[in-house]
Design a protein around this ligand. Structure first.
Ligand SMILES: [Zn+2]
Ligand SMILES: [Zn+2]
Length: 419
């Protein structure tokens, strides 16, 4: 005999499963991160392409979490709508894409410092079913588990943990899940042009984009040169003994760059590129949830320190970080830097299909030591060298490959993708 569930039982079962989706435990845990990824990087969210129903579902999930955690909205709303045109980038695209950032905040407890802000950000959009920013030609769902369901899961875990604390931070902490990032940082660009809280009182922006693939406890931290307080802060709070890779620059292809351009000190947390980057294979099974929980706790400790210290967070612009450099992301090579490489030069961890690097016959494992006549000691030198060029320029890379030095001409391409 077959068993049938009565309609009432079916409703109860459905309600229980809907509730189970939003049940998390106190604190920042690997289990909660896995659970959040199972929603954000699911089939039903279809790769969260900006403007798509999947992105809309992601936005509703994030806002419902903010609401459940009793975080404050502004004027009753957790959404900041905006629109942008992809047409200028790709003539086959719509003239107008409607999108929204999702945000909430914890008001500061100090009567004066409450008027100063610490922003935690992570973009929630990804590539949907592929398209011009994908590095494969697959039309399957591009789940973007690492890029950037991981960052959003971390953001929600930090929000949950801070919301449950008895003592509120002195400064106001704002959580923002950005949209339109993949098409060109449109959500963060909109935010800084039309901020919900004054940008000149925004003390810092901490960005998490791709924090789900930690290996060997390595975490890349960029933006250390954007405030004199950052270096000692990230070292002093490194209780989990992460192997930190430091970068001074505040620019880069993710949302923090838009805040940096408005003279806001920024820190960007990132576990590095991998062969699944911008491909349909960036799935949730490959996420190091334990490692991500460690990173989220670490980022939370930095946010709390910045929210509670009495003095303002001073802004500086690191040497070599010019406006021109920010524009340099128009130039594209397609050799993915190996951020874990410690030696001199820039090692290529992967060569993107059909990229200028592949056309020039660069190989995985090559170490770039010279860019024309400029010696390349690290990724910073490399980015500076790129900044001096425009798409279409021909340059010479001097490489170390299997113990010998070779020189290859490379025709620089035009960059399409953000993180
Ligand atoms: Zn991306
Ligand atoms: Zn990203």
């Amino acid at each position: 005999m077959k068993k049938y569930l009565s309609p009432i039982l079916l409703i109860v079962a459905f309600a229980a499963s809907a509730r189970a989706q939003v049940q998390t435990v106190p604190g920042i845990t690997a289990a909660d991160i896995r659970q959040r990824l199972s929603i954000l990087a699911s089939d039903s969210l279809e790769g969260r392409r900006t403007g798509s129903p999947g992105a809309d579902r992601a936005a509703r999930y994030i806002s419902s979490e903010f609401k459940r955690l009793k975080l404050s909205p502004k004027a009753g709303l957790y959404f900041q709508p905006f629109s942008f045109s992809e047409h200028a980038l790709d003539s086959t695209k719509h003239e107008k894409t409607e999108a929204r950032n999702v945000y909430a905040f914890i008001p500061g407890s100090d009567p004066i410092l409450t008027g100063q802000y610490v922003i935690l950000g992570a973009h929630y959009d990804h590539l949907g079913h592929g398209g011009p920013f994908a590095l494969d030609s697959s039309k399957a769902i591009h789940y973007g588990a690492d890029d950037n369901a991981s960052g959003v899961a971390g953001l929600l875990e930090i929000a949950e943990d801070l919301a449950r604390r008895q003592v509120r931070p002195k400064r106001t902490i704002i959580f923002i899940a950005f949209s339109g990032e993949e098409e060109g940082l449109f959500g963060s660009a909109h935010y800084v042009d039309d901020p919900l809280f004054p940008i000149e009182s925004t003390q810092t922006m901490l960005n998490m984009d791709m924090i789900g693939r930690m290996s060997d406890s390595t975490l890349i931290v960029q933006g250390l040169g954007t405030s004199p307080v950052f270096r000692s802060l990230v070292d002093n709070l490194n209780a989990p003994k992460l192997n930190l890779k430091y970068f001074q620059t505040g620019t880069g292809p993710s949302d923090h760059a838009k805040f940096y351009a408005k003279n806001v000190p920024v820190l960007f947390f990132f576990t590095g590129f991998h062969p699944d980057y911008h491909r349909a294979t960036d799935t949730k099974e490959k996420i190091n949830a334990g490692g991500e929980a460690t990173i989220a706790k670490y980022v939370e400790s930095i946010a709390l320190d910045l929210a509670n210290r009495p003095d303002r967070i001073p802004f500086t612009r690191p040497v070599g970080d010019t406006e021109q450099k920010a524009a340099s992301f128009g130039v594209y090579v397609g050799g993915v830097p190996d951020y874990g490489y410690d030696g001199e030069g820039l090692r290529i961890s992967e060569v993107t299909e059909n990229s200028p690097a592949e056309i020039a016959e660069l190989k995985k494992g090559d170490v770039i030591v010279k860019f024309d006549d400029m010696p390349i000691k690290n990724i910073y030198d490399y980015t500076n060298a790129l900044a001096k060029h425009k798409p279409g320029d021909m340059v010479y890379f001097t490489l170390q490959r299997n113990g010998s030095e070779i020189k290859l001409p490379v025709v620089l391409g035009r960059r399409k993708q953000a993180h």
